[in-house]
Design a protein around this ligand. Structure first.
Ligand code: GRG
Length: 297
């Protein structure tokens, strides 16, 4: 695969999503404007936009309108950005650098960062529930439920809690896998599910997308762990070697670098196989899986 060509596709989708984020977070000069500025700072300040690409590419499998797909993609990115803002807070990971810039609470202050995260979280559901996202109210309700479950205690928040209590004992492989499926995997999986919901996918199509997302999410996390060990803050735009310093068990600390990389490769190949039922239409999703394996940031 031509990685640079794919990066161009990812970038084009990112800019299209940015236009919607820009529209959803309008600048104004009311006294509460600081929270919107902080939301814009974090939501429009870079990032690979992997989750929006998944929403759009899955929606494209079913010929969903661009407006619906990009609105939903922006909603998922708002949840992701909220999680990054809160994850960087002193009470959580206490990071100063994110996406190559000062984290939200450093650029503004802690209270503003908490509010900006809260407001991105709530705005995401507002966008999904609006009629412009889908004419069928049943579909809109399904989108809201799916994103709420993936973001809440059964998904990302639950995974973050598991991560916070992880130092209490050495995690085993099944425990780390469960933690990461919830913390990182749930939002990746719901990005694919949302594409299917918008397009009223059949049961077998939903199952295929879920299987793809499951393997992709784990591969994504393994590569993230490898980059934490092997990458630099300059390349990644965020602090590295955090896991080891915190004494956290990761896929890499349990498997070692080589086995972790071959496990990620196996998962990526498996993810691609799950897409067979979509034939050529799934080419962007296949390329994304390979990009996840080969990414250096
Ligand atoms: C605070 C509720 C709450 C949740 C935090 C997702 C998460 C849970 C924390 C993010 C910290 C982290 C390093 C998670 C593991 C992998 C991951 C999700 C990395 C960031 O995602 P990328 O690589 O980032 O897609 P960009 O900046 O490209 O969007």
């Amino acid at each position: 695969m031509d990685l640079d060509e794919f990066k161009g596709d990812l970038e084009r989708n990112a800019r299209a999503v940015d236009q919607w984020l820009d529209r959803f977070l309008p600048v104004h000069d009311d006294p509460e404007a600081q929270v919107i500025e902080a939301m814009r700072y974090s939501a429009l300040g870079g990032g690979k936009r992997v989750r929006p690409f998944l929403v759009k590419s899955c929606a494209d499998l079913f010929g969903v309108s661009e407006i619906a797909a990009l609105r939903a993609a922006a909603a998922v990115e708002m949840i992701h950005c909220y999680s990054l803002i809160h994850d960087d807070l002193p009470a959580m990971d206490d990071d100063d650098l994110r996406r190559g810039r000062a984290t939200c609470h450093i650029e503004y202050d802690e209270a503003t960062a908490i509010l900006a995260g809260d407001a991105l979280l709530t705005k995401a559901f507002e966008v999904l529930a609006e009629e412009e996202t889908h004419s069928d109210p049943r579909v809109r309700a399904d989108l809201v439920v799916a994103l709420a479950k993936a973001s809440g205690f059964e998904g990302m928040v639950g995974g973050q809690m598991l991560d916070l209590v992880a130092h209490e004992h050495a995690l085993t492989m099944p425990e780390i896998t469960r933690l990461q499926r919830m913390k990182t995997g749930a939002l990746i999986a719901v990005s694919c599910e949302i594409g299917g919901l918008l397009g009223k996918a059949s049961e077998s199509q939903h199952l295929a997308l879920n299987a793809y997302a499951h393997d992709l999410g784990l591969a994504f996390q393994i590569i993230d762990d490898l980059l934490d060990v092997e990458g630099s803050a300059a390349e990644l735009g965020k602090a590295t070697q955090k896991d080891e310093a915190a004494g956290k068990a990761t896929f890499v600390s349990l498997l070692g670098v080589e086995r972790a990389r071959s496990q990620a490769r196996m998962l990526v190949d498996q993810a691609v196989e799950h897409l067979a039922i979509f034939a050529e239409k799934a080419a962007p999703l296949k390329k994304l899986a390979l990009f996840v394996f080969e990414r250096r940031a």
